[in-house]
Design a binder for this molecule. Structure first.
Ligand code: F3S
Length: 282
C-alpha cells in the first residue's frame, strides 16, 4: 500500500498563528477567552478548555465577561464586536488572519464609497458574518449559482464582490460570471486564500489518481467539507474523518494507492496518526 500525503494539508498560516497566540497567552496566565472556537477542531478546542480557556459564543455571552483577555480567532469578527469589547473594558488580542483583515479593509472602504458589497460565501459562517459586519451598508451574501441567478438589482450603484477565504475557486468564478452577465457595474476582489486554492488543487489532483482518498478535518469546518466535495467527484472511495477513531476502512486487496489530505483546522498529530495507521495496517 502506498500513501500519498498532500503537501498543503492541516493548519494554514492563519490558524497556526491563532492557535499559537492562545498557547502563548496561556503561558502569560490570567483568565483567557476565545471569541468562538479558535479552530473548527474539537480536539484542539478541548485541549484549550482543559488548560482553562473559555469559549464565548456570540455577543450575548460576551456581555457576561467582566475581565480577562479575549482572543479574536483567525476568522475575524464584525466591527461591532471590537466596540463591545472596548466598551466592556476587556483586553483583546487580535488573531484575525491578515488575509481576512484585508477583506475587512476592502469592504469597509468600498462600501464607504457607496458600493454595494456582495460576499460570496456561506451566510452562517463566522468569517462571512464578520466581513458583513465591516460594511457601511448591509451586504448581500450569495452562496450558490441559483441564488446568483435569482438576485435582481434595481439600483445603478457599483457592486464590489469579495469572497469568503475558503470558498471553492471554480464556484466563485461561476457565481461572478452570472452576476457580470446581468450587466451590472461590477468590481471583483478575489479574496480566496492561496492556502485554500492550493489545498483544493492538490487534493483534486491526488484524488484523481488514488484508489481511496481520506479527508481529515472537523465536522464543522467548511473548508474540509469542500475538500471532501472536490475529492468525492474524483474518487468514489473518499472518506471524511475527524480523527483516526472515525476511520473504519475495510480495504479490498486491489487497493494500492491511498491519498490523504486535511482541512485547515486539522493539527499535524492527527494527520500523522492517520498516515501511520494506513501505512502499517494495510
Ligand atoms: Fe488565513 Fe487562509 Fe488560513 S485566510 S486563516 S491563511 S485559510
Amino acid at each position: 500500500m502506498e500513501v500519498i500525503l498532500a503537501k498543503s494539508r492541516g493548519f494554514c498560516f492563519g490558524v497556526q498563528r491563532a492557535v499559537e497566540t492562545v498557547y502563548k497567552q496561556i503561558d502569560k496566565g490570567g483568565k483567557i477567552y476565545t471569541y468562538g472556537a479558535i479552530v473548527n477542531n474539537e480536539e484542539v478546542v478541548e485541549d484549550l478548555i482543559k488548560k482553562g480557556v473559555t469559549v464565548i459564543d456570540g455577543p450575548e455571552e460576551l456581555k457576561n465577561v467582566l475581565d480577562g483577555t479575549v482572543i479574536i480567532r483567525a476568522h475575524g469578527v464584525a466591527e461591532s464586536v471590537y466596540k463591545q469589547m472596548e466598551e466592556q473594558g476587556l483586553s483583546t488580542v487580535d488573531a484575525t488572519c491578515p488575509f481576512v483583515k484585508r477583506i475587512h479593509k476592502i469592504v469597509q472602504s468600498e462600501s464607504g464609497k457607496g458600493k454595494q458589497i456582495v460576499v460570496i460565501g456561506n451566510p452562517a459562517h463566522p468569517e462571512v458574518i464578520g466581513i458583513a459586519g465591516w460594511c457601511k451598508s448591509p451586504a448581500i451574501i450569495i452562496e450558490s449559482e441559483e441564488e446568483a441567478e435569482k438576485w435582481e438589482r434595481n439600483s445603478e450603484e457599483e457592486i464590489c464582490i469579495v469572497s469568503q477565504t475558503t470558498f471553492n475557486y471554480k464556484k466563485f468564478q461561476d457565481i461572478v460570471e452570472i452576476i457580470r452577465k446581468k450587466g451590472y457595474n461590477v468590481s471583483v476582489a478575489n479574496t480566496i486564500c492561496n492556502a485554500t486554492e492550493e489545498r483544493q488543487r492538490e487534493a483534486k489532483e491526488i484524488a484523481s489518481t488514488v484508489d481511496v482518498m481520506i479527508v481529515i478535518g472537523g465536522r464543522h469546518s467548511s473548508n474540509t467539507r469542500k475538500l471532501y466535495e472536490i475529492c468525492s467527484k474524483e474518487c468514489a472511495n473518499t472518506y471524511f474523518i475527524q480523527t483516526l477513531d472515525d476511520l473504519h476502512l475495510e480495504l479490498p486487496k486491489s487497493v494500492r494507492l491511498v491519498g490523504i489530505t486535511a482541512g485547515a483546522s486539522t493539527p499535524n498529530n492527527i494527520i500523522e496518526e492517520v498516515q501511520n495507521y494506513v501505512r502499517i495496517n494495510f
